[in-house]
Design a protein. Structure first.
Length: 227
Protein backbone atom coordinates (compact mmCIF):
# COMPACT_ATOMS: atom_id res chain seq x y z
CA UNK A 1 0.00 0.00 0.00
CA UNK A 2 1.33 3.41 -0.90
CA UNK A 3 2.29 5.65 2.04
CA UNK A 4 0.20 8.81 2.61
CA UNK A 5 2.09 12.07 2.90
CA UNK A 6 2.10 13.86 6.25
CA UNK A 7 1.17 17.54 5.88
CA UNK A 8 2.89 18.32 9.19
CA UNK A 9 6.28 17.12 7.95
CA UNK A 10 8.64 19.66 6.29
CA UNK A 11 9.02 19.20 2.54
CA UNK A 12 11.81 17.02 1.22
CA UNK A 13 14.23 19.29 -0.63
CA UNK A 14 15.25 16.38 -2.95
CA UNK A 15 11.71 15.86 -4.28
CA UNK A 16 10.79 17.19 -7.77
CA UNK A 17 8.37 20.14 -7.60
CA UNK A 18 4.83 19.37 -8.67
CA UNK A 19 4.05 21.20 -11.93
CA UNK A 20 1.34 23.82 -11.82
CA UNK A 21 -0.96 24.96 -14.61
CA UNK A 22 0.85 27.14 -17.13
CA UNK A 23 2.85 26.89 -20.32
CA UNK A 24 4.39 23.60 -19.08
CA UNK A 25 1.47 22.45 -16.94
CA UNK A 26 -0.05 18.98 -16.75
CA UNK A 27 -2.94 20.12 -18.88
CA UNK A 28 -0.50 21.22 -21.60
CA UNK A 29 1.47 17.98 -21.25
CA UNK A 30 -1.70 15.90 -21.47
CA UNK A 31 -2.67 17.65 -24.65
CA UNK A 32 0.62 16.48 -26.18
CA UNK A 33 0.70 13.02 -24.61
CA UNK A 34 -0.35 9.61 -25.77
CA UNK A 35 -3.80 8.88 -24.26
CA UNK A 36 -2.41 5.49 -23.19
CA UNK A 37 -0.15 7.35 -20.77
CA UNK A 38 3.04 6.05 -22.28
CA UNK A 39 4.64 9.47 -22.51
CA UNK A 40 4.76 12.72 -24.46
CA UNK A 41 4.35 12.67 -28.23
CA UNK A 42 4.75 15.27 -30.93
CA UNK A 43 1.73 17.27 -32.09
CA UNK A 44 -0.28 15.52 -34.83
CA UNK A 45 0.25 17.21 -38.21
CA UNK A 46 -2.79 18.77 -39.84
CA UNK A 47 -3.74 18.70 -43.52
CA UNK A 48 -1.76 21.02 -45.75
CA UNK A 49 1.09 21.03 -48.26
CA UNK A 50 3.43 18.19 -47.41
CA UNK A 51 1.07 16.80 -44.78
CA UNK A 52 0.30 13.13 -44.18
CA UNK A 53 -2.88 13.41 -46.20
CA UNK A 54 -0.89 14.80 -49.10
CA UNK A 55 1.73 12.09 -48.74
CA UNK A 56 -0.93 9.36 -48.65
CA UNK A 57 -2.33 10.57 -51.92
CA UNK A 58 1.09 10.09 -53.52
CA UNK A 59 2.08 6.85 -51.76
CA UNK A 60 1.85 3.21 -52.64
CA UNK A 61 -1.30 1.78 -50.99
CA UNK A 62 0.89 -1.02 -49.62
CA UNK A 63 2.56 1.59 -47.41
CA UNK A 64 6.01 1.04 -48.88
CA UNK A 65 6.51 4.76 -49.46
CA UNK A 66 5.96 7.48 -52.05
CA UNK A 67 5.94 6.40 -55.68
CA UNK A 68 5.89 8.26 -58.95
CA UNK A 69 2.63 8.31 -60.94
CA UNK A 70 2.51 5.47 -63.49
CA UNK A 71 1.74 6.59 -67.06
CA UNK A 72 -1.44 5.07 -68.41
CA UNK A 73 -2.69 4.56 -71.94
CA UNK A 74 -5.65 6.69 -72.91
CA UNK A 75 -8.37 6.08 -75.48
CA UNK A 76 -6.44 8.29 -77.89
CA UNK A 77 -3.52 5.83 -77.97
CA UNK A 78 -5.69 2.85 -78.85
CA UNK A 79 -7.64 4.85 -81.42
CA UNK A 80 -4.40 5.95 -83.12
CA UNK A 81 -3.10 2.36 -83.22
CA UNK A 82 -6.41 1.00 -84.54
CA UNK A 83 -6.32 3.67 -87.24
CA UNK A 84 -2.97 2.29 -88.45
CA UNK A 85 -4.38 -1.25 -88.63
CA UNK A 86 -7.35 -0.07 -90.68
CA UNK A 87 -5.31 2.31 -92.84
CA UNK A 88 -3.25 -0.60 -94.14
CA UNK A 89 -6.38 -2.37 -95.42
CA UNK A 90 -7.91 0.80 -96.85
CA UNK A 91 -4.79 1.85 -98.75
CA UNK A 92 -4.18 -1.65 -100.10
CA UNK A 93 -7.74 -1.96 -101.42
CA UNK A 94 -7.44 1.51 -102.99
CA UNK A 95 -4.27 0.45 -104.82
CA UNK A 96 -2.39 3.34 -103.16
CA UNK A 97 0.84 1.48 -102.56
CA UNK A 98 2.87 4.64 -101.92
CA UNK A 99 0.61 5.66 -99.04
CA UNK A 100 0.60 2.08 -97.77
CA UNK A 101 4.42 1.96 -97.81
CA UNK A 102 4.61 5.17 -95.76
CA UNK A 103 3.03 3.27 -92.86
CA UNK A 104 6.25 1.24 -92.66
CA UNK A 105 8.71 4.13 -92.66
CA UNK A 106 10.12 2.91 -89.33
CA UNK A 107 9.08 -0.73 -89.58
CA UNK A 108 9.70 -4.19 -90.93
CA UNK A 109 7.13 -6.24 -92.83
CA UNK A 110 7.26 -10.04 -92.63
CA UNK A 111 5.22 -13.06 -93.68
CA UNK A 112 5.16 -16.68 -92.58
CA UNK A 113 5.28 -17.55 -96.31
CA UNK A 114 8.42 -15.53 -97.04
CA UNK A 115 11.26 -15.55 -94.51
CA UNK A 116 13.05 -12.38 -95.63
CA UNK A 117 11.69 -9.16 -94.01
CA UNK A 118 11.14 -5.90 -95.86
CA UNK A 119 12.55 -2.84 -94.08
CA UNK A 120 11.34 0.70 -94.54
CA UNK A 121 8.90 2.28 -96.98
CA UNK A 122 11.06 1.84 -100.10
CA UNK A 123 11.29 -1.96 -99.78
CA UNK A 124 7.61 -2.28 -98.90
CA UNK A 125 6.61 -0.19 -101.92
CA UNK A 126 8.75 -2.37 -104.20
CA UNK A 127 7.16 -5.54 -102.78
CA UNK A 128 3.54 -4.50 -103.36
CA UNK A 129 4.18 -2.92 -106.74
CA UNK A 130 5.82 -6.12 -107.91
CA UNK A 131 3.40 -8.68 -106.50
CA UNK A 132 -0.16 -7.27 -106.31
CA UNK A 133 -2.24 -7.15 -109.52
CA UNK A 134 -4.20 -3.95 -110.24
CA UNK A 135 -7.22 -3.49 -112.49
CA UNK A 136 -7.93 0.12 -113.45
CA UNK A 137 -5.78 1.18 -110.49
CA UNK A 138 -7.23 -1.07 -107.77
CA UNK A 139 -6.90 -4.78 -106.89
CA UNK A 140 -10.70 -5.31 -106.70
CA UNK A 141 -10.36 -6.59 -103.14
CA UNK A 142 -11.82 -5.84 -99.75
CA UNK A 143 -9.69 -6.50 -96.67
CA UNK A 144 -12.04 -7.02 -93.71
CA UNK A 145 -10.32 -6.55 -90.33
CA UNK A 146 -11.86 -8.13 -87.21
CA UNK A 147 -10.96 -9.35 -83.69
CA UNK A 148 -8.62 -6.43 -83.07
CA UNK A 149 -6.87 -6.67 -79.68
CA UNK A 150 -4.55 -3.80 -78.70
CA UNK A 151 -2.18 -3.77 -75.70
CA UNK A 152 -0.41 -0.50 -74.90
CA UNK A 153 2.64 -0.32 -72.63
CA UNK A 154 2.44 3.36 -71.70
CA UNK A 155 5.73 3.61 -69.73
CA UNK A 156 7.76 2.38 -72.72
CA UNK A 157 5.55 4.06 -75.37
CA UNK A 158 5.21 0.77 -77.25
CA UNK A 159 2.23 -1.39 -78.12
CA UNK A 160 1.20 -4.66 -79.73
CA UNK A 161 -1.91 -5.68 -81.63
CA UNK A 162 -3.46 -8.86 -82.98
CA UNK A 163 -6.20 -9.01 -85.57
CA UNK A 164 -7.86 -11.23 -88.16
CA UNK A 165 -8.06 -10.40 -91.86
CA UNK A 166 -10.41 -11.81 -94.47
CA UNK A 167 -9.85 -10.78 -98.11
CA UNK A 168 -12.68 -10.86 -100.63
CA UNK A 169 -12.25 -10.39 -104.37
CA UNK A 170 -14.60 -10.24 -107.37
CA UNK A 171 -13.70 -10.05 -111.05
CA UNK A 172 -15.58 -10.83 -114.28
CA UNK A 173 -13.64 -14.09 -114.37
CA UNK A 174 -13.88 -14.67 -110.60
CA UNK A 175 -17.19 -14.72 -108.68
CA UNK A 176 -17.18 -12.88 -105.34
CA UNK A 177 -15.39 -15.07 -102.81
CA UNK A 178 -12.90 -15.18 -99.96
CA UNK A 179 -9.43 -15.63 -101.44
CA UNK A 180 -7.32 -15.62 -98.26
CA UNK A 181 -7.78 -15.33 -94.48
CA UNK A 182 -5.29 -15.04 -91.64
CA UNK A 183 -3.88 -12.90 -88.87
CA UNK A 184 -1.77 -9.81 -88.36
CA UNK A 185 0.64 -9.64 -85.42
CA UNK A 186 1.80 -6.05 -85.07
CA UNK A 187 4.19 -4.03 -82.93
CA UNK A 188 4.09 -0.22 -82.62
CA UNK A 189 6.21 2.58 -81.18
CA UNK A 190 5.41 6.20 -80.44
CA UNK A 191 7.93 8.66 -81.86
CA UNK A 192 7.63 12.38 -81.08
CA UNK A 193 4.04 11.86 -79.98
CA UNK A 194 2.96 9.89 -83.09
CA UNK A 195 2.31 6.13 -83.24
CA UNK A 196 4.03 4.16 -86.03
CA UNK A 197 4.25 0.56 -87.12
CA UNK A 198 7.43 -1.06 -85.80
CA UNK A 199 6.79 -4.54 -87.25
CA UNK A 200 4.02 -6.48 -88.97
CA UNK A 201 3.95 -10.26 -89.30
CA UNK A 202 1.36 -11.60 -91.77
CA UNK A 203 0.16 -15.12 -90.98
CA UNK A 204 -1.71 -16.64 -93.93
CA UNK A 205 -3.88 -19.37 -92.38
CA UNK A 206 -6.40 -20.15 -95.13
CA UNK A 207 -5.57 -19.89 -98.83
CA UNK A 208 -8.10 -19.69 -101.63
CA UNK A 209 -7.90 -18.68 -105.30
CA UNK A 210 -5.20 -16.01 -105.43
CA UNK A 211 -4.64 -16.12 -109.20
CA UNK A 212 -6.25 -12.73 -109.78
CA UNK A 213 -4.77 -11.03 -106.73
CA UNK A 214 -1.05 -11.71 -107.07
CA UNK A 215 1.16 -11.31 -110.12
CA UNK A 216 3.53 -14.08 -109.13
CA UNK A 217 2.93 -17.66 -108.08
CA UNK A 218 1.34 -17.37 -104.61
CA UNK A 219 2.41 -20.93 -103.72
CA UNK A 220 6.20 -21.34 -103.64
CA UNK A 221 7.49 -24.92 -103.89
CA UNK A 222 7.62 -25.38 -100.09
CA UNK A 223 3.88 -24.70 -99.66
CA UNK A 224 0.85 -26.79 -100.57
CA UNK A 225 -1.70 -25.71 -103.11
CA UNK A 226 -5.31 -25.80 -101.96
CA UNK A 227 -7.39 -28.63 -103.42
Amino acid sequence: MAACSDPTRPPDPSAEPTPTAGSSSLSDLAARSDPTGSGPVEPTPTAGPGSLSDLAARSDPTGSGPVEPTPTAGPGDRDAIAALVYAYAERLDAGDFEALAQLFTHATLRSDRRPEPRRGSAQVLELYTRTVALYDGTPHTKHVITNVVIDVDAPTTTATARSYFTVLQARPELPLQVIIAGRYHDRFARLDGTWWFADRLILADLLGDLRFHLKRDPFPPHTERPT
